[in-house]
Design a protein around this ligand. Structure first.
Ligand code: SF4
Ligand SMILES: [Zn+2]
Length: 397
């Protein structure tokens, strides 16, 4: 690795640009995994998220565009093979070209022209594997209510901030960039939405719009390819910081209105994997989730054992768990920004250590107690000095 970052001449020109989800949240999950994903170059470079997160995001964005531009697509439910599969293949190919690939357990990427089996059970491609069951549920549960409310999709957010603890000798730049991408829904569209719109229902539940002075407002949207985190899981808090920071970035854009809330969709909740189910069971036993099941779902969850069929949980429960509304409060934004500034500081410090010649595993120390679910899907477990050994042993009655 060259020392170009340290030369004074280039210093003013390099402004490391951090994507909130691709860099900062990835680093918070595990610094070492984040570094390995960047392969040959020092971060931030091309932020790589796990395949499913990128995929579901891409599918939702593309589905929205088709809904917007094509009258025939205004009718729901969408049929998987006819309406959704072409979008999936499109996004699959885009990610594939960027070197991000799914396992065959997650997604069948064969079409009629393929005759090979590989990971699939037979040659009747396409198979609707778990990722595809989720896209269908996401579009038919949320898409139909959400798309009519969207004012603009995929708005690029960006801001420049002073580098925390800037040091003439050590820092590679006086500033750092912070970026993100959101969909925005507007009050205008919310008002004209028909009664019975599910999103509206959840916003009303939240008493968000009660004491609003401005007439016009916005709500920002993000999709996550994961289960709803437990409330004592750091990720729960990190997602709130992310939405707060997005709202700050969005509010700086001239065409924005007051941002009152953010909505995160935890799309795995619509179709849980075995790993997700295991975590949900643990959350329920520990009562560490804000959305607990009713009696019937509760029994199904508690009785479930690893290796057994994932139980059919009620659609209401799955729906409630897949949407999270986060209120935007000015006082909280400051704290969120501060937290991410600290994260940038830590990344920059690891970069510095690496430039100074420290071994990657030392410069990018993995967390003391990495989460089991993070390590399970990590490509670098075999070379990691301490992957999670945590077992979910329910201890609380
Ligand atoms: S195995 Fe776990 S601790 Fe190790 S790099 Fe991967 S995510 Fe990090
Ligand atoms: Zn297949």
């Amino acid at each position: 690795m060259s020392n170009q970052y340290l030369s004074t001449r280039s210093k003013s020109k390099i402004i490391p640009e951090y994507s909130l989800t691709g860099d900062l949240l990835s680093f918070l999950r595990c610094g070492l995994q984040y570094r390995y994903h960047n392969k040959g170059s020092l971060p931030p470079s091309t932020p790589v998220q796990l395949w499913f997160g990128e995929f579901i995001h891409g599918v939702m964005e593309q589905a929205y565009i088709e809904w917007r531009d094509n009258d025939a697509k205004k009718r729901f439910d969408w049929e998987w093979k006819v309406d959704i599969r072409p979008i999936e293949m499109d996004i699959y190919q885009r990610l594939n070209a960027a070197g991000i690939r799914p396992s065959s357990k997650l997604f069948c990427h064969y079409d009629e022209t393929e005759t090979k089996k590989f990971g699939c059970a037979d040659e009747n491609h396409p198979h609707q594997r778990i990722s595809s069951r989720r896209t269908e549920l996401a579009i038919n549960t949320w898409g139909k209510h959400l798309f009519p409310l969207i004012k603009r999709a995929e708005i690029k957010l960006k801001d420049i901030q002073p580098m925390p603890d800037y040091d003439e000798q050590k820092s590679r730049s006086r500033y750092f960039g912070i970026t993100g991408i959101v969909d925005v829904i507007s009050s205008v569209n919310i008002r004209s939405a028909p009664a019975g719109n599910l999103i509206l229902h959840y916003l009303e539940n939240f008493n968000l719009l009660e004491d609003l002075e401005d007439d016009e407002y916005e709500i920002i949207i993000d999709y996550k390819g994961m289960k709803r985190p437990a409330i004592d899981d750091d990720t729960w808090k990190h997602h709130e910081w992310q939405i707060l920071t997005y709202s700050m970035l969005r509010s700086k854009q001239p065409d924005s209105k007051k941002i009152v809330a953010g909505i995160i969709f935890y799309l795995n909740e619509l179709e849980l994997s075995e790993e997700n189910m295991d975590e949900l069971k643990n959350d329920v036993i520990r009562q560490s989730t804000d959305k607990m099941p009713d009696k019937i779902d509760h029994d199904k969850i508690i009785r479930w054992r690893k290796g057994h069929h994932i139980p059919d949980l009620s659609s209401t429960f799955r729906e409630i768990r897949s949407i999270r509304v986060i209120k935007i409060e000015e006082e909280q934004i400051e704290n969120a920004l501060h937290q991410f500034e600290e994260t940038v500081k830590n990344i920059e410090s690891s970069v510095f250590k690496e430039i100074q010649g420290q071994n990657i595993k030392e410069a990018w120390d993995p967390p003391e107690n990495p989460k089991k679910s993070t390590c399970t899907v990590c490509d670098f477990k075999t070379i990691c000095p301490h992957p999670s050994t945590e077992q979910y042993k329910p201890t609380v009655p």
